[in-house]
Design a protein around this ligand. Structure first.
Ligand code: HEC
Ligand code: HEC
Length: 375
């Protein structure tokens, strides 16, 4: 059994993309995939396995990391249009670990590739579209606030914090989700997830009230978030070259806390910080001095000297950075570890960041557990 498992891991690591049907290592921390993961010819299924399964799970049911939602519940696929799916993938949900995947925004995917993933999700879900209930009952946001605070906030948070449900206060979500889409989710829930159906506890008016309240999360005149220029691939690797090496002893030989890295930063130690997220996120906000080596394109790892400490980070906070660290370890690096709490924690603490104009500190997140229980 153990031998077979090892074989699967090796097979998984040595191929361009995991062969169809290969389960990703549970909790994914040991999975270390080798570059290049994707090509222009990759199918929707291959793209999904390489780019999305880490968080949304191989079976698309979500929950593999960072409370990523299911992509194939009946109620979601009934009312999520192809355009909703496409836009969610292309633009992501800024401030969460859902990055923008479109090439136009610095991600790895051309529109045609995103379309192949949308088609793959549809085929795996196999749920016919349904017209969601329209309602002409006008909601009252004040009344909705009371319902939201009592029944929704614990999971969905507000503008200042995220829960384990989809962040409804996210400006991109609010632009994409129509009222009927939200109503359908609230009435019928998301079967198989923590999102229960409220169709029997809230009437039509009350649901209108809640939706009216959720809409107030969209700030009037949202700050237009710009992006910094894309990475050139020539950014210097080592922060503070010439400084002393850090003397880190990572927990479980894998994790270094944010505050420990910040201390080395303040002492101008010589180390390398790798941003493992799609470059679209690096172009939005990154730790000052971090180089972009995304989990889906690891070419630049070949330039990294073996005697220099490397810290990789992402927003998940362990999964994409874990890929990079595993790849480095496979290449024989011993001084490679993960920024334990991830970049969002660093950002919230007000530590040095290089960010595009208009980028706000990410909302507080629920504590991350180390065993990623699917729902
Ligand atoms: C690092 C983890 C991570 C990766 C990788 C990731 N996602 Fe997500 N995704 C999330 C999270 C978390 C959310 C919910 C964000 C929020 O709270 O609003 C999300 C949201 C979504 C949504 C919106 C769902 C809804 O119900 O509104 C879609 C669609 C989606 N992701 C598809 C994808 C696809 C396709 C890929 C691969 C190209 C991908 N994601 C890669 C974490 C991830
Ligand atoms: C126990 C936690 C919990 C509570 C309470 C809860 N939700 Fe949810 N909700 C979730 C989760 C988790 C999801 C994502 C499920 C999935 O698809 O994986 C979700 C999904 C949704 C979605 C769909 C978003 C999308 O993009 O697909 C809407 C809208 C929503 N919830 C609104 C509400 C409202 C309004 C309330 C209160 C009346 C509420 N929820 C109460 C956990 C909760």
């Amino acid at each position: 059994m153990k031998a077979l498992w090892l074989f699967l891991l090796v097979a998984c690591n040595s191929n361009a993309a995991p062969p169809a049907g290969t389960p990703p290592a549970r909790g994914s921390n040991q999975s270390g995939s080798a570059a290049p993961l994707i090509t222009a010819a990759s199918t929707g299924s291959e793209l999904y396995a390489a780019l999305c399964a880490k968080c949304h799970a191989e079976n698309l049911q979500g929950g593999a990391a960072d409370h990523a939602p299911s992509l194939i519940t009946t109620t979601f696929l009934e009312t999520a249009t192809d355009d909703f799916l496409h836009q969610s993938i292309a633009r992501g949900r800024p401030g969460t670990s859902m990055a923008a995947y479109s090439k136009g925004l610095g991600g790895p995917l051309e529109p045609a590739a995103i379309q192949r993933i949308v088609k793959f999700i549809r085929e795996r879900g196999n749920v016919p579209a349904k017209a969601p209930m329209q309602s002409s009952v006008v909601g009252d946001a004040k009344l909705g606030a009371a319902i939201y605070d009592a029944s929704c906030k614990v999971c969905h948070g507000d503008r200042s914090f995220r829960g384990e449900g989809i962040h409804l206060a996210n400006p991109v979500f609010l632009e994409q989700a129509s009222d009927p889409f939200m109503r359908h989710a609230i009435m019928h829930g998301r079967p198989g997830t923590k999102m229960m159906a409220f169709g029997n506890t809230l009437n039509e008016k009350q649901i209108s009230d809640v939706i009216a309240y959720v809409r107030t999360f969209a700030v009037t005149a949202a700050p237009k978030v710009a992006q910094l220029p894309p990475p050139t691939g020539k950014e210097p690797l080592v922060i503070f070259p010439g400084g002393k090496q850090p003397d880190w002893k990572p927990r479980e030989n894998r994790y270094v806390p944010v505050d420990v890295v910040k201390k080395a930063y303040d002492e101008k130690r010589a180390f390398i910080l790798i941003d493992a997220r799609p470059p679209s996120d690096w172009m939005r906000a990154r730790i000052t001095g971090a180089v972009s080596i995304p989990y889906h394109d690891l070419k630049r790892l070949a330039e990294i000297p073996k005697d220099t400490w490397v810290i990789a980070y992402c927003a998940c906070p362990h999964h994409l950075s874990g890929d990079v660290v595993d790849a480095l370890k496979k290449m024989g690096h011993t001084k490679a570890a993960i920024l334990d709490e991830g970049i969002n924690d660093w950002h919230r603490k007000g530590y040095p960041m290089t960010a595009a104009e208009g980028v706000e500190k990410p909302a507080l997140e629920p504590a991350h557990d180390h065993n990623h229980h699917p729902h």
